[in-house]
Design a protein around this ligand. Structure first.
Ligand code: APR
Length: 244
C-alpha cells in the first residue's frame, strides 16, 4: 500500500520513448547494437583506436535526428504537459541523447548519457552546441586545436552525468516512473531500487519486458505514446490508483 501523498515525481526515459518518433533503439531485433559491436563504437578505447568510425556512427545518428522529420511523439508531449500541470515537481532523467524532450517542451531534464547535438573538449571538458558533422580536423572552440573534440556522449566505462543530482532526486521522490528502457544498463537500471529504498512507488512502461521489471510495483505493457498519455491523464485527473 502506497500511502504518502505524491509531490515529487522522477521519470527515467530510454530509447523506447523515441522509437515511435523514428529513432532506433539499441537492443532488440532492429536495435543499433545488433549491427554494430558496442565495444567498437561506444567506448573511449574504440574512439582512440578508430575515431573516424566513431564520428561516422554519431554523425549518422545526428543527421537522422535533424533531417528525417523526426519530432516528439505523444509520450514526449504528455511528459511536458505533466511537468507544466502537475502541482508538485516532475523531474525527467533521460538516457537518450536526442533532443525530443526539449522540443516537446519539458524543462527539467537531465541527459545522463550526454547529447547528440553537443560536443566536448577532451582537455577542458567544456561543452558546445554543434549540429554539423564532427571529424578529427575541426578546431576546438575553446583551445583552438584539432584532435581535442569528441561527441558529448557517455560511453561504456565512463561516469554518467549529474549523478549526485540524480541520487538526490531519487531520495526525495514519491513516484518513480520508467518509460521505454530495457533495464540493462547501470546505474540507470538500479534507480528504481534506489527510489524504492526511500519509499517511492514505482511504475514501468515498456512494450516488452524490461530486465529489471520485478522491482516495479506496477508494470504497464504497451507502447510509450499511448500508455504515457493515459497514465499522465490518470495522475493529473487524480484518478491515480496508489493502493496496490
Ligand atoms: N514503447 C515502449 N517501449 C518500447 C517501445 C515503444 N514504442 N519501443 C521499444 N521499447 C522498449 C524495448 O522493449 C526495450 O526494452 O524500449 C527499450 C529500449 O531498450 P534499449 O534499446 O536497451 O534502450 P535503453 O534502455 O535506453 O538503453 C540504455 O544503453 O547502449 C546504451 O547508452 C545507450 O542510453 C542507452 C543505454
Amino acid at each position: 500500500m502506497f500511502s504518502k501523498p505524491i509531490k515529487n515525481i522522477v521519470i527515467l526515459t530510454g530509447a523506447g520513448i523515441s522509437e515511435e518518433s523514428g529513432i532506433r533503439t539499441f537492443r532488440g531485433k532492429s536495435g543499433l547494437w545488433e549491427e554494430e559491436k558496442v565495444e567498437e563504437i561506444a567506448t573511449f578505447e574504440a574512439f582512440e583506436k578508430n575515431p573516424k568510425k566513431v564520428f561516422d556512427f554519431y554523425n549518422l545518428r545526428k543527421k537522422n535526428l535533424l533531417d528525417n522529420n523526426i519530432s516528439p511523439n505523444q509520450a514526449h508531449l504528455a511528459l511536458a504537459r505533466f511537468e507544466k500541470n502537475f502541482p508538485g515537481e516532475v523531474n525527467l532523467i533521460t538516457q537518450n541523447v536526442d533532443n525530443l524532450h526539449e522540443r516537446a517542451g519539458s524543462l527539467k531534464i537531465i541527459h545522463m548519457h550526454g547529447e547528440l547535438l553537443k560536443i566536448r573538449c577532451r582537455k577542458s571538458d567544456k561543452v558546445f552546441e554543434f549540429t554539423k558533422p564532427l571529424d578529427e580536423n575541426i578546431l576546438c572552440p575553446c583551445c583552438g586545436q584539432i584532435g581535442n573534440l569528441r561527441p558529448h556522449i557517455v560511453w561504456f566505462g565512463e561516469m554518467p552525468l549529474e549523478l549526485p543530482k540524480i541520487f538526490d532526486l531519487l531520495k526525495k521522490c514519491h513516484l518513480f516512473l520508467a518509460i521505454g528502457t530495457s533495464g540493462t544498463v547501470y546505474p540507470a537500471a538500479s534507480f528504481v531500487q534506489e527510489a524504492r529504498r526511500y519509499g517511492a512507488y514505482a511504475i514501468n512502461i515498456n512494450s516488452e519486458e524490461s530486465e529489471n521489471e520485478i522491482y516495479f510495483h506496477r508494470v504497464i505493457k504497451g507502447k510509450a505514446s499511448f500508455e504515457t498519455e493515459k497514465l499522465v491523464g490518470e495522475i493529473l485527473g487524480q484518478g491515480f490508483r496508489n493502493d496496490f
